[in-house]
Ligand binder design. Structure first.
Ligand SMILES: C[S@@+](CC[C@H](N)C(=O)[O-])C[C@H]1O[C@@H](n2cnc3c(N)ncnc32)[C@H](O)[C@@H]1O
Length: 192
């Protein structure tokens, strides 16, 4: 099994080139941000180099923190957003800055993790959120396994029914599901 953190670090330069030139997800994140209260505190998990998603979040009236496991991507992120605190680490072992947040964003992350780590992440994020807090994440609605073409990571989607069960158990309600033009699915969650 390829570790997603190592795999992304190995392919970081190629990932940066491709993602810097892609706007996939920006419209949905932009719309979603409009529902956040001014000054909200948020954590972006797996922020990559920060383009284009952090750029959108940073343009909203919010305060951001960030985590990514790739040193190369974290260095690119820090040069672009020096005011955003960032920790270079795996989400599986993170302390998430030892604080709570009004929202969390995790684009392109959960399906890179093995199933037990996905379940743990759902519980961890639910604990990080303030009551009524929001979490926007991408994961397929379909169940299945595939290989990430860029990094070679073996990916796993639990599918919408099982994701809903795990969210519900953790105290998260699925407010809405969206799809972008790249056919990625977004779960818009609220902490109950
Ligand atoms: C598909 S990219 C998405 C990046 C960014 N969210 C975006 O939309 O451009 C996956 C990101 O997850 C990071 N990553 C992979 N495994 C991770 C882990 N276990 N903990 C934290 N970050 C991880 C990679 O370094 C990479 O930046």
């Amino acid at each position: 099994m390829t570790d997603s953190a190592h795999a992304y670090e190995h392919h970081a330069k190629t990932f940066l080139e491709r993602r810097d030139a892609s706007l996939v997800g920006t419209k949905i994140v932009e719309q979603w941000c409009k529902q956040l209260p001014a000054g909200a505190t948020g954590l972006e998990l797996a922020c990559g180099g920060g383009y284009p998603i952090t750029h959108v979040l940073n343009s909203a009236n919010v305060n951001l923190w960030a985590i990514d496991a790739s040193p190369t991507l974290v260095a690119a992120f820090s040069s672009r957003f020096p005011h955003i605190p960032i920790q270079c680490e795996r989400v599986q072992t993170s302390d998430f800055f030892n604080r709570r947040f009004d929202f969390v964003v995790a684009i392109g992350l959960i399906f890179l993790l093995e199933e037990p780590d996905q379940k743990k992440l759902i519980v961890d994020v639910a604990r990080l959120l303030e009551p009524g807090g929001r979490w926007l994440l991408t994961a397929p609605v379909e169940t299945g396994q595939w290989t990430d073409t860029l990094s070679g990571t073996q990916c796993t989607s639990l599918g919408v029914d099982r994701y809903r069960q795990h969210f519900h158990k953790a105290g998260l309600h699925v407010k809405a599901l969206y799809e972008d033009h790249g056919k990625n699915n977004y779960y818009d969650l609220v902490s109950t």
